[in-house]
Design a protein around this ligand. Sequence first.
Ligand SMILES: Nc1ncnc2c1ncn2[C@@H]1O[C@H](COP(=O)(O)OP(=O)(O)OP(=O)(O)O)[C@@H](O)[C@H]1O
Length: 731
Amino acid sequence: MAKETPWDIALTDLALAGLRPEEATAFYSDLHRVLGPQRRPPADAAEVWRSVVDSGLLKPSHSHPLHQLVYYSVFARWDFAARGPPPYWFPDPVLAKRTNLGKLMEAHGPSLLGSSYKDPITSFNLFQKFTVEHPEIYWSIAMKEISVLFREGPKCILDTSDKSREGGIWFPGSVLNIAECCLLPMNFPKKTNESIAIVWRDEGSDDSPINAMSLKELRDQVMMVANAIDKLFSKGDPIAIDMPMTTTAVIIYLGIILAGCIVVSVADSFAAKEIAVRLSISKAKGIFTQDFIVRGGRKFPLYSRVIEGSNCKAIVVPARGNEIGVQLRSHDLSWKDFLSCAASQPRPCSYIPVYESAENVINILFSSGTTGDPKAIPWTQLSAIRSAADSWAHTDIQSGDICCWPTNLGWVMGPILLFTCFLNGATLALYQGSPLGRGFGKFVQDAGVTFLGTIPSLVKAWKSSKCMEGLDWGKIRTLASTGEASDVDDDLWLSSRASYKPIIECCGGTELASSYILSTLLQPQAFGAFSGKSMSTGFVIFDDQGIAYPDDQPCIGEVGLFPLYMGASSRLLNGDHKKVYFDGMPSYRGMKLRRHGDIIQRTVGGYYIVQGRADDTMNLGGIKISAVEIERACNRADEAVLETAAISIRKGTGGPEQLVVMVVLKEGSSNCDPYQLRAKFQKAIQKNLNPLFKVSSVRIVPEFPRTASNKLLRRVLRDQLTKELSTLSKL
Ligand SMILES: Nc1ncnc2c1ncn2[C@@H]1O[C@H](COP(=O)(O)OP(=O)(O)OP(=O)(O)O)[C@@H](O)[C@H]1O
């Protein structure tokens, strides 16, 4: 499909990529005008691509094959080993100074870095390093940028005197209510009572106007909920929310925190048993839920799932309309009856928040369980601050932005998105239904979303179904992706839908309340790669012996986080925090490193590429390789492949690990032959990775097992294959 150079693209190629003859002729001459006469290198591919994008030649309305043809032809001769991943987006020196971080660096860079400070782009790495070495200075400045209002100010920013607290004590002595901070109008960041706090639309009402709620309306409703909570619960009670991330769910979330209780977030896709386990671990005193979930035009029971394994008081919100569609147990309440508890108050929409220390727990979240049983992670008010501040710095969220990221309050992205919007004066955009279809994309268009977050499986589904064709996503300023390693071609598709806006890759963990590697608008971006570490985050990549690679050296290894990490967890409800995150970790410069479990690659050029979990690493013929690297090579080996999972298994008798590539095919490709695929995978692996790696077999399956948040569960596939093998060997 791709040509040796973009100059080799012929009219016939453009026709094959979907252009009509007259369009192909016009495109051809425009392309050549942009490319100029130089037919062969030394033209730098990155500069060529930059001119192509700047010229606006490639439009969102063009077919994906056309975008592919140009992109892959431009970078056909790119030497990854010598230059790192190819950049597709470049910061503009003038615009960079107008970003949140750019402004902060311009204001403080000269005094903090002295004459070494040049400008936000040139000095980004130096500044990030400074924030790691002086986190107390960075956080004292960053805190002024988001709407955090202390009732009592902190004694200092960071206290490291208690050596048993590896993560340090942040903002000691301070008292606040973070939900109140979300709801108050502020001069900076700008939030008035009339500012639009939430916009939303119900699935199925895709041609109706967008609904909107002002900050004052939101505050009134949250206060009403807090008043009603006071009637039914006591301060400090854990109260669960298990429902889609709707406007009502967001109001409930803030109401629980305003009233000094703890939100227990449970994702709405869990089965009854999983819900029950989470309610029991957190000792929830009540649960807010819905009668049903309406998604993709279907109605799924939710209340019945919630009560199957738990007796705690349920407050039931109707999925649609005002009346609930299920019969309640005697001790449960409808949403209407719950709200009427507050209505009897003289001022139902007025509430004095419960103020607590910054380290007070506001939310219990559960990790995805990719590596084992989900961990119950207490989020403090600091976690909320961390999440909003990172979005301020890295995704450049500003007041007036309209932010959409399909997720759930039970996944870490839910609370991160909520605090990102409300502590930065941005608008939260919620599509109340399935994000998989065109209705969601139309909402993004109609609501004028400026920031769109995604997960890789969602992007893959949009690209493959072509459901977003013809939509105008022109208001998008920034995209983002998290959860799993993203696919270069899927990201090419995503960015091209928004005229090549940057995709900010985010990788962290529920227990960090943030991402440890995170792209920025101050550095060039490459698909599927992270341009750097997040502000104030330090880490090393270490080898099998626990020895850290030098910071400027390209390498692959496990990441070890510096333990002083503002907003990260310091305990687990269902596990030994020290054992999970610190025991067995190497030390670096006198610091015991914090475990995160990811294998990452630092490339030439200082980009990071996630290679998956340490547990998914395999040893093929004595060489260590991550599953993700093999999958990246195989995913593009044949047009029929939707996705692959690389698993290594060992026969019961021991011996070397054998590589099995499992495949899910695109719709309509069912007659694909596994033997032919094996040959193609073998070739792709030999060409891109290592000629010695052998594909032992290929399995075509209808779908992969995934966590409830859609992460590929390689450990389940590995267990299945190992079991099958041992049964076979017994026959
Ligand atoms: N953008 C990304 N690219 C690659 N991997 C990612 C990305 N974002 C997240 N991840 C993976 O997800 C992990 C964080 O997910 P989460 O906090 O939900 O817990 P988990 O590790 O999946 O679950 P558990 O700790 O229960 O096994 C990261 O450590 C990383 O492995």
